[in-house]
Design a protein. Structure first.
Length: 193
């Protein structure tokens, strides 16, 4: 999997309605021929060769939206490896976008409604909410010092209007740990504190 990080910094994500539209805009700026293969590291040997539809659940315009995004698949002529090109706002192997999950977690911190009411509004189960909360805390704690852990409840990505896509946090997390924030996989599980 090849993750798009830096390209999203160039976009005005507040003017784009959905995670799918952000992905489409990011792909317009992506140059596969200059990218590095995630397996062998060679540059200039990758090309697009296929696509697949990725089911996506998002929340914008004040309501739950379901749709799909056409994910581009690339192959490396140097090592023969094929990989998906995913932006950092998609949680690998999951339907919910990073924007959606962060919006739910941020809304829960406002404490203006019960968790059950919040989950009904966003169309998720309470177990999904608690799994996201636990996963976020676990992954966030991997990159926090003891002092930062003390101030965890004041996380600017959840308590302020700081958009996680306009900072380098997702990129830094991926580079440091080798998996994406909120990613569910065997690799990610093995890094749990």
């Amino acid at each position: 999997m090849y993750r798009l990080f830096i390209y999203l910094f160039k976009l005005d994500v507040n003017k784009l309605a959905s995670a799918s539209s952000i992905y489409k805009a990011a792909m317009k700026h992506f140059n596969i021929y200059g990218s590095q293969c995630p397996r062998c590291g060679s540059k200039g040997h990758s090309s697009f060769h296929d696509t697949y539809d990725h089911h996506l659940v998002d929340y914008y315009g004040g309501r739950l939206q379901e749709g799909s995004a056409e994910i581009r698949v690339a192959s490396c002529s140097s090592c023969g490896h094929t990989y998906s090109v995913l932006p950092d706002l998609f949680v690998p192997h999951k339907s919910y976008s990073m924007l959606f999950i962060m919006q739910v977690l941020r809304a829960s911190l406002l404490r203006t409604e019960t968790i059950e009411s919040l989950c009904r509004r966003y169309g998720i189960s309470t177990s999904t909410y608690y799994a996201w909360k636990k996963r976020y805390r676990t992954h966030k704690s991997l990159s926090l010092s003891k002092l930062e852990k003390y101030f965890f409840e004041k996380d600017p990505h959840l308590t302020e209007t700081v958009n996680i896509l306009t900072t380098s946090y997702l990129y830094d997390f991926y580079k440091h740990f080798g998996f994406s924030l909120l990613q569910y996989s065997i690799t990610a599980e093995s890094h749990s504190p």
